[in-house]
Design a protein around this ligand. Structure first.
Ligand SMILES: NC(=O)c1ccc[n+]([C@@H]2O[C@H](COP(=O)([O-])OP(=O)(O)OC[C@H]3O[C@@H](n4cnc5c(N)ncnc54)[C@H](O)[C@@H]3O)[C@@H](O)[C@H]2O)c1
Length: 432
């Protein structure tokens, strides 16, 4: 099939590449010329394990083309995916200007029947708006559909190639057939393609992210209560996660959820509910708990250093919002760095792949290390912010020798409090 993917970001690039890998001809379009020029050379502008290899293969086989010319790419394609950003506005609602702008450009470029599919995460009713924008600009026949994306950064290729489920919001049997055919290679093991109306598909994506964010905030709240009440949240997590009605995923307490999806999608869901005169009660609390949780490590540090962080050297391991990605959007590290700097601490940081993003976020306000050990020299404390594999089993002896005071704030509960204490560290986890 001939596909046009508009937006070559975390979602569009992975989706476009994977669709090319299954034999389709894909044109990936982006307004960011620097991105397109990198991609044309087979270089990926984002860190995503496995992507570069697939990219190279599909460019070589000429199934994957990168372009800045949206009109040309639309003309050459039957299915047009919209995968542009839907960032939050100041009031938390979703800014759909990129989606609507692209809809207008698609309409003006149309030269025959097209299927326009929103892959971006968009509030209920957006596909209808896209339809009316296109209808206002063209006489060519077209259909709209919703196909929200559930890939996780850091495991995006695997998630796309072996999805738990595909959600299709369609209103037309022909479109359903075409999209089913497109996705058939990815669901050969029998994972479901769930077809529903467009509004339900749009809502499913938000409901999924809202549920996952709720689990995280619930567990963070439990962790703080465990700490206050003398219980160990790690034990409690194992205890409840083994109940099949609850399950073990998304129950790890930490320093709050971040990234480009959960924070903005929870806020957008709250705004959508207000718009429909059905204010939500749970999600504003989920958000409030998360905001508080992002500040928890700085508070622990302040308490440990008796309310004075002036001149203290704090080393940070990990800056991206989760491991295996360079994405710094809404990362808890941003809140933590700002809180530490405000208290007069000297911040040194290391992340295996997010250093360029960190430099954009923090500039010269913090120091950057070339590896995780170098930033520990004479440090008053270490904060583990992102649970990259390489931080899981470090050389603790070496750390003891390097640090001025062996204090560890473990924001992801990846270390054994007992072992660390036995070795001579002061250990502070989340809820334990
Ligand atoms: N990142 C994720 O893990 C993830 C997962 C599921 C869904 N989503 C959703 O997918 C959408 C895209 O997210 P992302 O993380 O890929 O964003 P992103 O910012 O990485 O990518 C968006 C891309 O769209 C491009 N763009 C903007 N306007 C354009 C235009 N007029 N023409 C062509 N290109 C244009 C931008 O230059 C950018 O490269 C969002 O709605 C997001 O909520 C993201």
């Amino acid at each position: 099939m001939n596909i046009c993917m508009i937006g070559a970001g975390y979602v569009g690039l992975v989706t476009g590449t994977c669709l090319a890998e299954s034999g389709n001809e894909v044109r990936c379009v982006d307004i960011d010329k620097r991105k397109i020029s990198l991609l044309k050379k087979g270089k990926t502008p984002i860190y995503e394990p496995g992507l570069e290899l697939l990219l190279a293969r599909n460019i070589k086989e000429k199934r994957l083309i990168f372009a800045s010319d949206l009109a040309r790419s639309v003309k050459d394609s039957l299915i047009i995916f919209i995968a542009v950003g839907t960032p939050p506005r100041d009031d938390g609602s979703s800014d759909l200007s990129q989606v609507y702008d692209v809809a207008r450009k698609i309409a003006r470029a149309m030269n025959g029947y097209k299927i326009v599919v929103t892959k971006s995460t968009v509030p209920v009713g957006t596909a209808e708006e896209v339809r009316s924008i296109i209808a206002g600009e063209t006489r060519h026949p077209f259909a709209v559909a919703s196909n929200p994306e559930f890939l996780k950064e850091g495991a995006a290729i695997d998630d796309f190639m072996k999805p738990d489920r595909i959600i299709l919001g369609v209103e037309d049997p022909h479109v359903e057939e075409v999209l089913n055919e497109l996705y058939a290679p990815f669901v050969r093991t029998g994972n479901p393609v769930l077809t529903m109306n467009i509004r339900s598909a749009e809502m499913t994506k938000y409901a999924a992210n809202a549920m996952l964010a709720t689990r995280i905030s619930f567990m963070n709240e439990m962790a703080n209560l465990c700490e206050a009440a003398g219980a160990d949240v790690n034990a409690v997590r194992a205890g409840i996660g083994s109940d099949p009605r609850i399950g073990p995923s998304f129950l790890f307490p930490g320093i709050g959820y971040g990234g480009s999806c959960f924070p903005k999608d929870v806020q957008a869901m709250i705004k959508t509910a207000e718009k429909h005169h059905h204010p939500l009660l749970i999600l504003p609390s989920v958000e409030a708990v998360n905001r508080k949780q992002k500040g928890i490590l700085a508070q622990k540090a302040l308490k440990r250093f008796k309310g004075n962080l002036k001149g203290k050297i704090i080393a940070l391991w990990g800056l991206s919002f989760k491991p295996n990605t360079d994405d710094m959007r809404e990362a808890p590290s941003i809140t933590i760095v700002n809180a530490l700097l405000k208290q007069g601490a000297t911040v040194r940081a290391y992340d295996p792949v997010a250093m360029p993003g960190a430099r954009n976020a923090f500039g010269t306000k913090i120091q950057y290390g070339k590896d995780n050990y170098s930033i520990l020299k004479d440090a008053d404390a270490l904060m583990l912010l992102t649970e990259w594999n390489e931080f899981r089993r470090p050389n603790f002896e070496r750390m003891l020798l390097l640090m001025k005071t062996p204090v560890i704030f473990d924001g992801r509960n990846i270390y054994s409090p007992r072992k660390l204490k036995e070795m001579g560290f002061e250990y502070y986890g989340i809820g334990c």
